[in-house]
Design a protein around this ligand. Structure first.
Ligand code: ADP
Length: 399
């Protein structure tokens, strides 16, 4: 068990930022969180906050932007100076893809990193950025054990049919299948269900992680059964800037008829579609909810409609539904979206408690369905970081 001054650092590295969280002691109490943003472009900036949200560190680089390795070096030096007696015992990393092989967290060494680098073609936009800080910590603090936690791992338990595309084996054998993402968020929700609703522990739950990226996952007795994201994180629901599920014929048409090349199609599907593309206003739900532009309304309506369609599909995969869980920035904070989704799910047996829905927030787990509702509805604030910290401690202690 970690001692009171032992700390676990969790790193979530994207293309232009490294987010970090520090958890302390055996209880993994949140002690510090922050980020280094604007890597590679503009003015790189570091901010850190303590557990109560008070700023405890800030720095801006005015001359040249930092890269991942320089940012990690800064964070390690900063930690050495400012951790006041805390000892970093391990570092856990959020890693988008573990392929078919990694069905759980994994100690990271050179051999595993080499294998993960083979998976870069499956997630070229994310995986290189996830791995860069691992290499940096290996070089700068080789004595600190590191653990990789994969967004795909939770979904490796899905039945083969849920993972299959109707494509010939010569294609599927090359790893072209449904993987699913946001697995650490769903695993965290699954881990909490027995505490907040013991009666649901063996039940059929659909969780909706609605953030900038958005997906839904069907879980039976805490295991993933099906999810809306597939081969990549562009499938499923419309998101902030991603289109979600699309007839593949559209892509062929864009290339064949409109003469778009691969980078242009990629930009369209990942950065110019979703809430931003439909509304022409913003990718941010708060802005859309505050706007009286009819296109903003359309973008919200389309998201709610698509959540409803996916909910029906996931409930079919489960053979019924016992609970619906909302998570992620939109799921935790948008009273109106939750109300609309629950209204559309009335046919499944969801009845909302309007007052409980209005009172729910991202600070706590709350039930928002009425006492008589056949299907329970809950808000569970996302906490992928804590899930990673728990996995990291468990794996390092086992060693
Ligand atoms: P990420 O996927 O990047 O972690 P988040 O989970 O933080 O993103 O979700 C970001 C989304 O949550 C944005 O669309 C944002 O507008 C939305 N959001 C945050 N707070 C609110 C709020 N009070 N009402 C409606 N939407 C909100």
């Amino acid at each position: 068990m970690p001692g009171p001054n032992d700390a676990v650092v969790v790193i979530n590295a994207g293309s232009s930022s490294i987010k970090f969280s520090l958890f302390r002691g055996a209880a993994l109490a949140p002690a510090l969180k922050g980020k280094v943003e604007n890597l590679y472009a503009g003015k790189t900036r570091f901010v850190a906050f303590d557990a109560s949200g008070m700023p405890v560190g800030e720095h801006t680089w005015n001359d040249a932007p930092l890269d991942h390795e320089q940012a990690m070096r800064f964070l390690i030096d900063h930690a050495a100076e400012h951790l006041q007696g805390m000892q970093v015992r391990a570092v856990g990393h959020r890693i988008v893809h573990g392929g078919a092989r990694y069905s759980g967290p994994q100690r990271l060494d050179d051999a595993v990193l080499d294998e993960l680098e083979q998976l870069i073609p499956l997630a070229p936009l994310h995986l290189p950025h996830n791995l860069a800080p691992v290499r940096a910590v290996m070089a700068l603090a080789p004595q600190v054990p590191q653990v990789g936690c994969f967004d795909t791992a939770f979904h490796t338990a899905q039945p083969a049919l849920a993972q299959a595309f109707a494509l010939p084996p010569s294609i599927t054998e090359r790893g072209i299948r449904r993987y699913g993402f946001h697995g650490l968020s769903y695993e965290y929700i699954a881990s909490r269900v027995p505490d907040f609703a013991p009666g649901l522990a063996g039940g059929r739950v659909v969780a909706a992680h609605l953030g900038n990226g958005a997906s839904m996952c069907a879980m039976h007795a805490g295991r993933s059964v099906a999810s809306t994201m597939g081969f990549t994180a562009v499938d499923g629901l419309p998101m902030g800037t991603r289109c979600g599920a699309l007839d593949p014929g559209v892509v062929l048409y864009l290339i064949d008829e409109l003469g778009m090349d691969v980078p242009a199609v990629q930009r369209l599907l990942y950065q110019e579609s979703g809430l931003l593309g439909v509304s022409g206003v913003s990718a941010d739900m708060r802005t859309l909810e505050a706007s009286d532009d009819p296109r903003a309304r359309l973008a919200i309506d389309l998201l709610v409609y698509r959540i409803g369609r996916e909910l029906g599909s996931l409930a079919a995969a489960l053979g019924g539904l016992d609970a619906l869980v909302f998570s992620g920035g939109i799921g935790e904070n948008s009273v109106a979206i939750r109300a609309a989704v629950c209204r559309d799910a009335a046919w499944l047996g969801v009845t909302l408690d309007e007052a409980a829905n209005a009172a729910a927030s991202s600070n706590q787990i709350s039930r928002i369905s009425s006492a008589a509702s056949k299907v329970e509805a809950w808000v569970v604030p996302a906490n992928e970081e804590l899930m990673i910290a728990r996995h990291t401690v468990t794996l390092v202690e086992e060693a």
